[in-house]
Design a protein around this ligand. Sequence first.
Ligand SMILES: *[C@@H]1O[C@H](CO)[C@@H](O)[C@H](O)[C@H]1NC(C)=O
Length: 349
Amino acid sequence: MLWQKAYGFPSPLFWGTVSVLLALLVRWWHQKRKSTNSVPEKWRCVGELSELTVFPIKSCAGISLEEAECTECGIQTVSDGPLKLRDRFFIVYDEKTEEFKTARTYPKMLLINVTLDGNDAVKLSAPNMPELQIKVPQDSESNKRTHCKIWNNEKVETVDCGDTAANWLSKYVLNQDCGLRLGYYLADIMPRRVAAEKLKQCFKTFKNKDLGVYSDLTSFMLMTESSIDDLRTRLPPHVSIISRQFRPNFLVRGSLPYEEDKWKWIRIGETAVFKNVKPCTRCVLTTINPDTAIMEPKREPLRTLKGYRQLTDPAMLKVEGSSPALGIHLGLHNSGTVRVGDSIFVEDE
Ligand SMILES: *[C@@H]1O[C@H](CO)[C@@H](O)[C@H](O)[C@H]1NC(C)=O
């Protein structure tokens, strides 16, 4: 045709090349999206959920559950009543400095139990203390809305649980009438936390919504029995460890040691899906026996972990320091109910 000649209309070879390039581009984009954002199409079973634990008060005893609901803020008990025990929704803080307090400073906090008590209260118990029932704050009208300081001076909002709880905690932990307070998170009115920029830059899948309420970092932590078993073989003969001193929400049975480091996606049962956000770096809390609140004198198993589980990626080392890693922090991708015995799936690549 005349106009084709006039404008030097490209040849079929040109169009062929363009189509091939476009197809390659679409494929590359699709694969990139698939690897970073979307849930795997194929799953591989790696084991089963052997323990499920909720830690209602930060740094206090965990409660072993048979089933739990997984929400963006972590796991919570499945109950008929309106009140649920939710992971790290309570926090102990210093009356004067408003700094959070943990078992790193007061190991005996690990022996404080909390259970649901009716529709609107929980019961606290600890060795040689009378049990105490406290009403869980429903709003910030009858209780003082305040904030406390956690890691790196990050301020988090909390509502104070009142003088009776404060007095009971101070008596047990400090042997004094006052000094410590108990705070509670009101999910309906309090903001979620914002993650430090350096963390988000270093760990690409890490989003603000992955942060837990008062947990050290994300809403979920997973560990495997095989990694703990392998660590056990490396410890000096007199040191014994149990999984509970590492405080995982999910304990997995059946996978290979340290295999969890590489998992990108984890599905527990049929619907609950999580993404691996970062390795869990370990502190001195792992050296305290959760049944006796006694710290291992040689700081085991932390010392042994340091010998072979230090992070190696330079960018991660810069952000995380020299703490060794064991277990992984997860963020929620799809909510759901999980039960002990559920199969654990990971991406099948
Ligand atoms: C706390 O709970 C654990 C496990 O259920 C139990 O063995 C312990 O005796 C409880 N402690 C107190 C002080 O009630």
